[in-house]
Design a protein around this ligand. Structure first.
Ligand SMILES: [Mn+2]
Length: 334
């Protein structure tokens, strides 16, 4: 059956907006900023596995920046900020000082009125990206898309892995459980109100993390909820809860491990039962459509943990697709 654009529009409602011809032009209508500042946060010392610091260059090599240029964005590549382990020796405490540079870089890019795209690195770099975004605009809300809550403190963490703690350092109310870190965090003023944080995709959360989440009533949409209400309802509910007046900028911190391991196998803390790539793309599209997304992290792609080249390619491709969706790339027009 051949149905015209207007017929399709009346049948599918808002979906037809996406296939309207205006979206096939090079300028994306829903992107908040035309210029993108990108940098690699090449850091692997927030968790046990080497290799995650190589991801930013792999994602660039997969053509991300060219794809964004083709879609009408100006790209300013700020290069990499690298501090990977030397001779295989892990020094987790470095994460705290290293994130000062990350925070400064993010703050600079946002203040230059560019979209800030941070390519990790393990998720400990979220300490600096959130801090930097809030430094540039204290009203920004944070959507943490992850299988894990990453809100452990120095006191609550069993593993001591800093990639499980980046949020806690940014929350003032948790600093009494982070006193061990204070000497290395003299650069940071924790500025993230728990009321400006939401979780999507959780399915592996420590009891102490749940305690913090409940204590501060942080809106959370674990996989169980997403399976019952659907990803679109979960994302819209998170957006409405964080910012009912629809005025605040949004920082999206996307851990590739939120995807099911079948979609993104090359990552360090795989948990089965995760988002499909389609659900992740829907999530990113909905956040993009607010017009208020101004910063994004894509973290935890680890090429050294793929069992095959195919695993690595699948994971890097998923990362690129997720970023493009967050930048307003319409899936139906290529
Ligand atoms: Mn994470």
């Amino acid at each position: 059956m051949n149905i015209g654009m207007s017929g399709l529009k009346s049948i599918t409602g808002c979906f037809a907006v996406h296939i309207n011809k205006s979206f096939s032009t090079s300028t994306l209508k829903t992107s908040p900023l035309k210029s993108v500042g990108v940098f690699g946060a090449c850091f692997d010392q927030g968790q046990p596995h080497a290799g995650v610091g190589d991801a930013p260059d792999l994602i660039r090599q997969a053509g991300l920046l060219d794809k964004l240029k083709k879609r009408g964005f100006e790209i300013m590549d700020y290069g990499n900020i690298s501090k990977t382990r030397e001779n295989g020796v892990l020094d987790q405490r470095l994460a705290l000082g290293y994130n000062k540079q990350i925070s400064k870089q993010v703050e600079t890019i946002i203040k230059e009125n560019r979209f800030c795209l941070t390519l990790g690195g393990d998720h400990s770099v979220g300490l600096g990206t959130v801090a930097g975004h809030l430094q540039a605009d204290p009203d920004t809300v944070v959507i943490w898309v992850d299988a894990h809550a990453d809100i452990n403190t120095m006191a609550s963490s069993d593993s001591g892995n800093v990639h499980g703690m980046p949020l806690s350092f940014n929350i003032k109310e948790l600093q009494s459980d982070n006193t061990k870190a204070s000497a290395d965090l003299d650069w940071l003023i924790p500025s993230l109100s728990p009321s400006k944080l939401a979780f999507i995709g959780l399915r592996d959360v420590d009891p102490n993390e749940w305690k913090y989440i409940h204590q501060f009533s942080i809106p959370s949409y674990p996989m169980q909820t997403i399976d019952r209400i659907g990803i679109a309802s979960a994302v819209n509910s998170a957006l409405n809860t964080l910012d009912p007046l629809k005025k605040r900028k949004i920082h999206l911190s996307f851990d590739i491990d939120v995807l099911d391991p079948s979609e993104a196998p090359a990552t360090g803390t795989r948990v089965r039962g995760g988002l499909t790539l389609r659900e992740a793309l829907t999530l990113c599209e909905l956040i993009n459509e607010t017009g208020r997304l101004t910063g994004m992290d894509l973290v935890e792609v680890n090429p050294s943990l793929g069992n095959s080249q195919k695993d690595i390619d699948t994971t890097v491709e998923a990362a690129v697709e997720v970023i493009l969706a967050a930048m307003g790339d319409p899936r139906v027009v290529h």
